[in-house]
Ligand binder design. Structure first.
Ligand code: ATP
Ligand code: LTN
Length: 331
């Protein structure tokens, strides 16, 4: 039997944080044996907020290199850039015709991002429809993403079900695959908000490529509470976040961390978290530097990935066009 399909994407809208790493990227490589995985750099999603062109180019190649540095193997997975596969926008248009504006208006990511814009453009509202197209084009079964993407996956399922029932079964209905710990890494400065690469306060996030001293400084300054007791509970969100970060890097459980640090102060816990993060990221940073320098190697990987992705995407798109009633065209 064919392997089930896993699909995920990351936007080149800035440098990646350890939120992206723990919530998504670090879980990608282990899926490669059991599934046919596709990992995309979603540059068309990134332009839903204004991007500087030179920076967008740099961020796109950085993410490709980070994919490889985190263990993605182009022999096993299809690694590519979204704008190289035109079928994404083609399917997205079709899906837009069966997506309600009411539902798009209720997306929390849209509401958060729209709040920060002077003028709200249509691309920001339609963003989740393009994401649905990404996923549905490949008959995806599983989507490894952080918890913040759950609502978008639900919408993708709704759209797929609507198409399937209006025409006939066409799309696989995908499911979210969120990690057990670290599905929502919080800001170090405001533990009630998601850690985000677009946070204007750089002390709120740790970048995957931050140097060790920066990592130590940011964790040391992170906001906790005045309880003075090491516990894992919602009432102490800053501490809870640090414990989860530690668990993600050390592959341990919150209960074990509390047991280990219960007689110590917050300072000791912070130091241990910082060392776990520094140690965990060191090999990724080292591999990144090697891979990012090899421009031709990277180019070969994304060229090859796009061709393989196009082949798969075309199969679904042709079926969709036929079912809708478009006249087939053979070039
Ligand atoms: P931005 O912060 O600029 O809005 P983003 O980082 O949320 O962008 P992406 O870069 O597309 O958006 O996210 C890539 C992946 O990282 C997604 O699977 C997302 O769920 C995950 N992710 C992002 N932030 C976090 C976080 N704080 N905790 C856990 N997972 C996260
Ligand atoms: N919206 C996602 C990025 C994304 C994505 C996808 C994730 C775009 N297309 C397809 C999984 C599958 C985000 O994390 N902000």
């Amino acid at each position: 039997m064919d392997k089930k399909i896993v699909y995920s994407g990351i936007q080149p809208s800035g440098s990646l944080t350890i939120g992206n790493y723990i919530g998504a990227l670090s879980n990608f490589s282990e899926l490669q044996e059991e599934y046919q995985c596709l990992y995309c750099v979603v540059d068309m999603h990134a332009i839903t907020v204004q991007q500087d062109p030179a920076q967008l180019r740099k961020n796109t190649l950085d993410i490709l290199a980070l994919y490889l540095a985190c263990g993605l193997d182009p022999e096993k997975s299809i690694i590519y850039i979204q704008s190289h596969v035109p079928q994404h926008t083609q399917l997205s248009w079709v899906l837009n015709t069966i997506t309600s504006i009411g539902q798009l208006n209720r997306m929390t990511q849209f509401k958060d991002k729209a709040e920060k814009q002077k003028e709200i453009y249509a691309g920001l509202l339609n963003y989740p429809v393009l994401m649905a197209a990404d996923i549905l084009l490949y008959q995806t079964s599983l989507v490894p993403v952080g918890e913040d993407q759950r609502q978008h996956i639900e919408l993708t399922r709704d759209i797929a079900e609507r198409f399937n029932s209006r025409y006939s079964p066409t799309f696989e209905i995908p499911e979210i695959m969120a990690p057990k710990v670290g599905a929502r890494v919080m800001s170090l400065q405001n533990p009630k908000a998601k850690m985000s690469k677009s946070d204007p306060d750089e002390n709120g996030y740790i970048l995957i490529l931050d140097d060790p001293d920066t990592i130590r400084r940011k964790i040391k300054r992170s906001v906790t509470d005045s309880e003075g007791v090491i516990a894992y509970r919602d009432e102490q969100p800053g501490l809870k976040n640090l414990i989860e970060m530690y668990c993600a890097f050390k592959k341990t459980t919150p209960e074990e961390v509390v047991e280990e640090f219960k007689d110590q102060g917050y300072g000791a816990l912070k130091e241990a978290v910082a060392e776990a993060v520094v140690e965990g990221l060191a090999p990724v940073q080292e591999r990144f530097r090697e891979i990012r320098g090899d421009k031709e190697g990277l180019e070969k990987i994304y060229q090859d990935g796009a061709l393989r992705a196009q082949k798969m995407a075309n199969k679904t798109l042709r079926k969709v066009y036929k079912k809708i009633g478009f006249i087939p065209f053979s070039s």
